[in-house]
Write a protein that binds this ligand. Structure first.
Ligand SMILES: Cc1cc2nc3c(=O)[nH]c(=O)nc-3n(C[C@H](O)[C@H](O)[C@H](O)COP(=O)(O)O)c2cc1C
Length: 326
């Protein structure tokens, strides 16, 4: 057991400067999207979730998730796998490739494919194995902080977040992110602020609260639980400027001018084209544009026409006209 003291806790030090944390989002928080996020935010961010087995095999696609730039820091690599013995080798590769500020273990993912392999939220059903994974990982990381990301438990009959947080502390982890729902609740319903507050009041290490922060009101509800940091996922995916707007106590839907928004879209298209390549970038950027424009005038009609665009030129003539008319 290597308990971590709060005075030397590197994650807490970063949270004290910037309480917001950008959530790991598979298929979203890739390098071009992270570049966009960094325009509005200098706190903790993550790579997409990375398979420990893929890293051990040095699979090209998996290793591409480890590609980071200088402006990504402070960044954590999020790992998933249920086999303790696999972590050491994977962490050695991660640190050789990227020197992340921290490594996070995903113990909250509810997706079937991940659960089936015993990873993600299934790990909350086996605290002993999870303790071993944290122990092995912390040993491999040395001074580099380790964090875990959990849910409240598997379901309402198995609310074992306090047990996992205690294990994380005892095995030397430096923070726990708690998504205030169970696995069976997936992403639906209200977040349980009472249980997040309960976790915080029992924890001996920093707690990052997560779930449903989209605006000033929901931010205030999360902060009222007493958490040390606030992680934002879907709010950021749809409005990457959310961190700056909430820092200014402004709702993200009122933060961007249409000129600024169009500039941001153009920038993302440019970066995605380089990252994904000519063949694949267009479908990806259309998805982002639809998210960013949600709630704006005639957004639904624009969405349908956008998905029909076959080339970047067609897409930009549609967008030029849309933004000109706004
Ligand atoms: C598209 C998408 C991808 C996600 N990918 C991951 C992931 O790779 N790792 C993880 O721990 N959580 C993942 N999550 C969960 C989020 O990190 C976050 O815990 C969840 O969305 C709740 O926060 P929110 O209400 O702010 O979105 C994902 C969620 C979404 C919507």
């Amino acid at each position: 057991m290597t308990e971590c003291s709060t005075s030397t806790n590197k994650i807490l030090k970063i949270l004290e400067k910037n309480k917001f944390v950008a959530a790991p989002l598979a298929g979203v928080t890739n390098p071009p999207f992270r570049r966009l996020m960094r325009k509005f935010f200098n706190g903790l961010i993550y790579t997409e979730m990375v398979s420990v087995e893929g890293i051990r095999r040095k699979a090209d696609r998996t290793l591409s998730y480890l590609s980071i730039t200088d402006e990504d820091h402070p960044i954590g690599v999020q790992l998933f796998c249920s086999k303790p013995e696999a972590y050491k080798e994977a962490i050695d590769v991660v640190q050789e490739y990227i020197h992340a500020e921290f490594v996070d273990i995903n113990m909250g993912c509810p997706v079937k494919k991940v659960i089936k392999s015993g990873s993600g939220c299934a790990m909350m059903l086996d605290p002993k194995n999870s303790a071993e994974i944290i122990r092995v990982s912390k040993k491999a990381l040395g001074d580099v902080p380790l964090t875990i990301k959990i849910r409240l438990g598997w379901d309402r009959k198995n609310l074992n977040y306090n047990e996992l947080i205690k294990i994380a502390y005892e095995e030397g982890a430096e923070a726990v992110t708690l998504h205030g729902r169970t696995k069976t609740e997936m992403f639906t319903g209200e977040v349980d602020y009472e249980l997040i507050a309960d976790a915080k009041s029992n924890a001996k290490l920093p707690i990052i609260g997560n779930g449903n922060v989209f605006d000033v009101d929901s931010l205030d509800k999360m902060i009222a639980t007493g958490v040390d940091g606030v992680m934002i996922g879907r709010g950021m995916m749809k409005q990457p400027w959310i961190f700056e707007s909430l820092n200014n106590r402004q709702d993200p839907s009122e933060f961007m001018t249409s000129d600024k928004l169009y500039e941001l879209i153009k920038e993302l298209v440019k970066h995605e084209k380089v990252y994904k390549g000519e063949m694949f970038y267009l479908e990806m950027v259309k998805k982002y544009i639809v998210w960013f424009l949600k709630g704006m005038p005639d957004a639904a009609a624009l969405r349908n026409r956008l998905y029909m665009c076959a080339t970047e030129k067609e897409m930009f003539s549609l967008l030029d006209y849309y933004f000109y008319k706004l």
